[in-house]
Design a protein around this ligand. Sequence first.
Ligand SMILES: O=P(O)(O)OC[C@H]1O[C@H](O[C@H]2O[C@H](CO)[C@@H](O)[C@H](O)[C@H]2O)[C@H](O)[C@@H](O)[C@@H]1O
Length: 383
Amino acid sequence: MDLSSVNASPVLADPVPINQTILGFHSSVFSLSSGTSFPLLIPKKKPGKLDDVRSNGWLDAMQSSSPPRKKMLKDVGVELACDDSDLVYYSWMLKYPSALKLFNRIINRANKKKIVIFLDYDGTLSPIVDDPNRAFMSIDMRAAVKGVAKYFPTAIISGRSRDKVYELVGLTELFYAGSHGMDIMFSAEDTMSINHTDYIRSTDKQGKDVNLFQPAKDFIPMIDEVYRTLVEVTKDIPGAFIENHKFCTSVHYRNVDDKSWPLIAQCVHDVLKDYPRLRLTHGRKVLEVRPVIDWDKGKAVEFLLESLGLSNSDDVLPIYIGDDRTDEDAFKVLREGNRGYGILVSSVPKESKAFLSLRDTFEVKDFLKSLVTWKEMSDADNY
Ligand SMILES: O=P(O)(O)OC[C@H]1O[C@H](O[C@H]2O[C@H](CO)[C@@H](O)[C@H](O)[C@H]2O)[C@H](O)[C@@H](O)[C@@H]1O
């Protein structure tokens, strides 16, 4: 990785002069509520007419974030009988073979290389559930992750806040990147002395010296303001749930009646209209609001490899496992750099930049356990 690109600020040009806005909102559109230490700014405007979100493709993207099976099949151009879903899945696997089936090929390629593991959280380590606060990993999965971390550098890269994903995983031996890689923490002793100006020295919950990399730290007040505005404008939509991840915020519509999807999309659209420095990405029944900066999970993978002195592609085999659209940025980095393996977790056929696939979190756990067994056996052979 070219370190000059790491040192350069990932913040893209600001298209709107800052003096025209209050933290991104035009000053003319607010009423200030009293009684809070940080004024809650609520747009006076009425919600739009739902035309915006139809014409800008948000609604299509929301529907395809969990598409009906027939639509899935059409997307990948499979012409088999639509009710024969297994057959269709196996045809899709010709393009994205199972990482379990190709396990021997993976470890042959790993021969003498240092394996580095990158893991997404939701849908990869924990199954997708209705309540984001109850997305727990199984005891077996935690043991499998702990096992790989014993032998290989292992990082979790999640859309959730770093604190939240640490709370859910609960393992101290990992590296954590929260907010889609916009909040990276690792211990000071693990960091190579690279010429990076943006580290913040801090201490973790155990009082250990750590380095933090937070390329979107200037956006914290803006994200907090947008989070509170989104809570306010969606409060009458049953099932809507907003999460604040510090550097980005999520608008969940999994539990919202699909008749109200246009309404929730329009509410988010109306808020974001006044924040040109924020953008929207789509996840699994979630709208993700994040800063317009040139940073994503792919950049976080490159940054972690570089910071840990593991960017030499001849000696290192990165493996990234993830299930969501935001993981595609990481798959792309590995594919384009002809490095390691991107592994997509999916039980339905979908296009991806990954090379391999696993069907669900159970297969992820089996794959991680296989890596541990292989490592222990090869260490025993070399003893
Ligand atoms: O990058 P990730 O770790 O995969 O985080 C992406 C989003 O994950 C969570 O939402 C998803 O999982 C929830 C629990 O299973 C599910 O209810 C929701 O529909 C999914 O989108 C998390 O709550 C989001 O904030 C993350 O952006």
